[in-house]
Design a binder for this molecule. Sequence first.
Ligand code: DXP
Ligand SMILES: NCC(=O)COP(=O)(O)O
Length: 255
Amino acid sequence: MHKTIYKRRLAVLTLGVNIDHVATLRQARRTVEPDPVAAAVLAELAGADGITVHLREDRRHIQDRDVRILRQTVRTHLNLEMAATPEMVAIALEIRPDYITLVPERREEVTTEGGLDVAGQRDRLGTIVATLQGAGIPVSLFIDPDVPQITAAADLGSQFIELHTGRYAEATTPPAQAQELAALAAGTNFALAQGLRVNAGHGLTYWNVQPVAALGGMEELNIGHSIMSRAVLVGLERAVREMKAAMVGLGEPRG
Ligand SMILES: CC(=O)[C@@H](O)[C@H](O)COP(=O)(O)O
Ligand SMILES: NCC(=O)COP(=O)(O)O
């Protein structure tokens, strides 16, 4: 059953757990364990409000098989991150996740390096947004908190944006971090004024998440690498619970 969870505004900031790097460990041996499908079950039992997976063109971690099974087993909501390509649009239309997030992708990147350039490819992305939302699949655009990008996302009619928190996460001094946090706050407020719904993610950790979570106006934080890094040491259920606590400023994050 495809939940239409995104037809209602959520009052509480939710956590989307990105399970990509469970699959990274499995793909290290090209074997069958650990299974991201099992990880999603445990993450949801621990309080995850959604499951996020990035089906990369190079299939370096999440596989098509994972997404197909997750569509049947995820009980919260399934967010499929994907490049804006015909292959991925066809997969999204077939599998029908609860929503999709269009992200930039380069084969040689270690991880996502920046936000999608929506302003520079309005026609191409507009067609994809119309196709997917026309099929009943809400679209989120993964963009930097920049006014031209937010404006372009609103112009294309995307229901959501996901603000890229990488510049904030990579800031190395308190003034730089404060500046990037202010940009996220301004971007959120501007996006809401355009009628967009706002998520955020990338590079968020137990130590930097709370100021972002406290901004207000956002609906969901998508967090993966930091949760999986802790999970390999203390277990996934505890890692998810501790991230939920960290988002509301509870509990002492333990490295
Ligand atoms: C878009 C984003 O920031 C992440 O959700 C993305 O999944 C990063 O790619 P990897 O998971 O391959 O690091
Ligand atoms: N879109 C961000 C995401 O899903 C997880 O990013 P990260 O926490 O793995 O950096």
